[in-house]
Design a protein around this ligand. Structure first.
Ligand code: HEM
Length: 347
């Protein structure tokens, strides 16, 4: 028996099903990156898993040794600095791509029936990605990450009714210490990745089951075909995007490698505590409000984001054709950007 026959017998594959899956028709607009941005965060997530596993070879989740282990990765381990920088840059690109993907879905209104649930899975993915960022930043155990952890758990503690419980659960007690780092490590490398994989699976299942909404552009009528095949055409388009992003990631990591601040010192509060840039709008909001209002604001915002397809449907029914959704979107986008730049340039 040839090796090929042996393999086919031991690992039978339904070739017809395979052809059916890989020839899924893709709408023409997804040939352009900015309309098909969903593939980019998926690729970044895969990069994060690979580089993250490499970092765990040396990372030690112990408050007395975490900082030294990151220092070792950055300055001694072969190519450690590159792996760490790619991990950090890919997280940033993932967030930018996610936000752009969400903006395109919002302004093309493709969250509308029957895709409401997929929008909600999307918002869940956005929140999970922010949690990746917050827990990952804390693991470094430098001054800034320690104090971001302290501020972050403090803010969570101000949640009405259940805040105390959430803060204790995050910290593993009343103080930041070994339990906190163990938990953040577990969240970062196991719980959040697992949840993200499940929700990405559901998101992509629904995209396949419901199909991608077809977007129409002027001149499209002239095109003979409305779609093109997933394999090889769309896979090749994605491969070109992957190559460009890889070049970008390595260039950014070479030009701006991730540095390391002072080691965490629980006794000295830094003059300016700064989270990662994607938390700036919330951070600025917290600075200008009381803690209670500060916590409720983002919660209301997330609730609105989750239920947006239904809020939009309500407006469309009450005041049809007035593009209320568009103007609310523009107002929300501008407000978030004002808060972002205020935090970048303000004190
Ligand atoms: C890890 C995160 C995510 C991944 C990997 C992902 C992946 C994808 C992919 C591959 C598509 C197909 C069309 C395209 O590429 O634009 C898509 C469509 C979609 N995504 Fe995402 N997405 C993510 C996060 C989000 C977020 C944050 C939202 C919104 C809050 C969202 C809402 C949607 C919706 C409603 C569709 C259907 C759009 C249509 O039919 O035109 N996704 N997503």
């Amino acid at each position: 028996m040839s090796v090929k026959n042996w393999f086919n017998e031991s690992f039978p594959v339904d070739s017809e099903a395979l052809i059916k899956i890989s020839s899924e028709p893709i709408p023409n607009h997804l040939k352009r990156w900015w309309w098909g941005l969903g593939g980019t965060p998926l690729f970044m997530f895969i990069i994060q898993i690979i580089t993250g596993m490499m970092l765990i070879f040396y990372y030690v989740p112990d408050p007395d040794r975490a900082y030294q282990s990151v220092d070792y990765i950055t300055h001694t381990a072969k190519f450690g600095w590159l792996i760490r920088s790619i991990h950090r840059w890919a997280s940033n690109i993932m967030i930018v791509a996610l936000l752009l993907h969400m903006i395109r879905v919002f302004f093309t209104q493709t969250y509308r029936k029957p895709r409401e649930l997929n929008w909600m899975f999307g918002v869940t993915l956005l929140l999970l990605t922010f949690m990746f960022g917050f827990t990952g930043y804390s693991l470094v155990y430098e001054q800034m990450s320690y104090w971001a952890m302290s501020v972050g758990t403090g803010i969570a503690g101000a949640t009405p009714f259940i805040g105390g419980w959430i803060a204790d659960f995050m910290r593993g007690g009343s103080e930041i210490g070994q339990n906190t780092l163990t938990r953040f490590f577990l969240f970062h490398i196991a719980l959040i990745p697992l949840l993200t994989m499940i929700v990405i699976g559901l998101h992509i299942y629904l995209i396949r089951a419901l199909g991608v909404s077809e977007l129409k552009f002027p001149g499209d009528e002239k095109l003979k075909k409305k779609s093109y095949p997933l394999f090889p055409d769309h896979v090749f388009t994605e491969l070109i995007i992957v190559t460009i992003i890889m070049i970008m990631l390595v260039t950014l990591s070479l030009l701006f490698p991730t540095g390391l601040g002072e080691p965490a010192n629980p006794n000295v509060t830094p003059l300016h505590i700064k989270p990662e840039w994607y938390f700036y709008p919330v951070f600025r909001w917290l600075k200008i409000t009381s803690l209670e209002v500060g916590v409720i604001g983002p919660m209301v915002f997330i609730l609105i984001l989750f239920s947006w397809p239904f809020i939009d449907r309500f407006f469309e029914k009450k005041i049809p054709g007035k593009e209320i959704a568009f103007w609310i979107g523009v107002a929300g986008f501008l407000t978030i950007n004002i808060f972002l730049f205020w935090e970048i340039f303000g004190h």
